[in-house]
Design a protein around this ligand. Structure first.
Ligand SMILES: Cc1ncc(COP(=O)(O)O)c(C=O)c1O
Length: 402
């Protein structure tokens, strides 16, 4: 056996397993052993997919819609996405500017493959969703984190952005509302970013997957809507996973300049072929059908957000920003650093999360993989009962620290 020939490809050495998927798997494994774990790791709504959407898939199956479709997605779904972008975002895209993929995560990876060369720098505001840097690294790009400040609502400072731009900068990734912080950029920030992106001639990838999960009247605006110049440099990414509780169906999409959409479609034609045929039919129903299930879900998330934010803020050592979107809270727990449990000093968010899991059986995700040491991410896509009990346990855990 020749060890060198049989070892894994070097490109994998630059990435790590998704921290969020890992914590969810750990909590699940503990539960399977009969341990009463409260999990705050979930990155998906805890609601069922609405019935009309499921029925659309059933109908597609019964109609024999079970074969390959065009690799970049069905015309019908591209048309439904184009209608959605016009209706909800005021953006005119043709079906030829749209590529349907196996989830927004897949859309994002296609974008990295289609646009980045070895050594290209990609600016990623931190805290960021864990997959962005790893996807950039996989294609040989260089992730460049851009810190944002919790005390300024994790808003992006346009001048700080400008300072990060070098001749190698090729792309900026925006995610509003943001996973993990739940922050959403106000229009003035987006306008300032758009101006810089146009002046510096860089791509903007705008991940808008949480656009409908918003509170307190926050209105999501797409950066692509700030004029033709920024639109021609933007690849908009969205999908049905979060809005319609369809995480397992794996349908996401990207819209952008025609030549980029074509390149992504070609890539997909060689890598995955089409996303699942009948899941595409279900996504058409999600986008065109009644939207009341979305409103019901968001109203429930809003109640949970209020409870989790206020109760976390009552725990000494926790400071929790009130998010305007998504279903995560991102409390600062750095005041706990330096305190000890069982003689072991807590110095990182990973150690705090390990402590919470061990001491009170509460699973949270450490902030470090999101580019924000000193924070924890808790998903409130779980029942109010779990939220109340979980936060109670965290409070109790903090009293155990010396
Ligand atoms: C910011 C962000 N973008 C993209 C995705 C991926 O969504 P999809 O299920 O469509 O691949 C997620 C899922 O967690 C996310 O949080």
């Amino acid at each position: 056996m020749n060890a060198n020939k049989l070892e894994l490809a070097k490109r994998l050495s630059v990435i790590k397993p998704s921290a969020t998927l890992e914590i969810t798997a750990t909590a699940k494994a503990m539960r399977a052993k009969g341990i009463d774990v409260i999990g705050f790791g979930a990155g998906e709504p805890d609601f069922d997919t609405p019935e009309n959407i499921k029925q659309a898939a059933v109908q597609a199956l019964n109609n024999g819609f079970t074969k390959y479709t065009v690799a970049s997605g069905t015309d019908e779904l591209k048309q439904a996405v184009a209608e959605k972008l016009r209706r909800e975002n005021g953006l005119a895209y043709e079906p030829g500017d749209i590529v349907i993929s196996c989830g927004a995560k897949h859309s994002l990876y296609n974008i990295m493959c289609a646009l980045l060369n070895e050594g290209d720098e990609v600016i990623i505001p931190a805290p960021f969703w864990v997959s962005y840097p790893d996807q950039v690294l996989l294609v040989g790009g260089v992730p460049v984190p851009l810190e944002t400040d919790e005390r300024h609502g994790f808003d992006l400072d346009p001048e700080a952005l400008r300072a990060k731009i070098t001749p190698r900068t090729k792309m900026l990734i925006l995610n509003s509302p943001c996973n993990p912080s739940g922050a959403g950029y106000p229009p003035r920030t987006l306008e300032a970013i758009a101006k810089i992106a146009v002046e510096e001639d860089i791509w903007v990838v705008s991940d808008e997957i949480y656009e409908h999960i918003v509170y307190d009247g926050f209105k999501h605006v797409s950066i692509a809507s700030f004029g033709p110049e920024i639109r021609s440099r933007t690849i908009l990414v969205n999908g049905v996973s979060k809005t319609y509780s369809m995480t397992g169906w794996r349908i996401g999409y990207a819209a952008g300049p025609r030549h980029v959409a074509k390149a992504m479609g070609m890539l997909q034609g060689q890598v995955t072929s089409n996303p699942t045929s009948f899941a595409q039919s279900a996504a058409v129903e999600a986008l065109r059908g009644p939207q009341d299930a979305v409103r019901t879900m968001v109203a429930e998330f809003a109640k949970r957000r209020d409870v989790i934010v206020s109760s976390l803020n009552e725990i000494p050592g926790f400071r929790c920003f009130n998010p305007v979107g998504a279903f995560y809270v991102f409390p600062n727990c750095s005041e706990l650093f330096g305190r000890s449990w069982n003689g072991k000093k807590l110095t990182t968010s990973l150690e705090v999360s390990a402590f919470l899991l061990e001491a009170v059986k509460v699973a949270v995700v450490p902030g470090a993989p999101f580019g924000a040491e000193g924070f924890l991410r808790l998903s409130y896509a779980t029942s109010m009962k779990n939220i109340v009990e979980g936060v109670k346990r965290i409070r109790q855990a903090v009293t155990m620290l010396q």
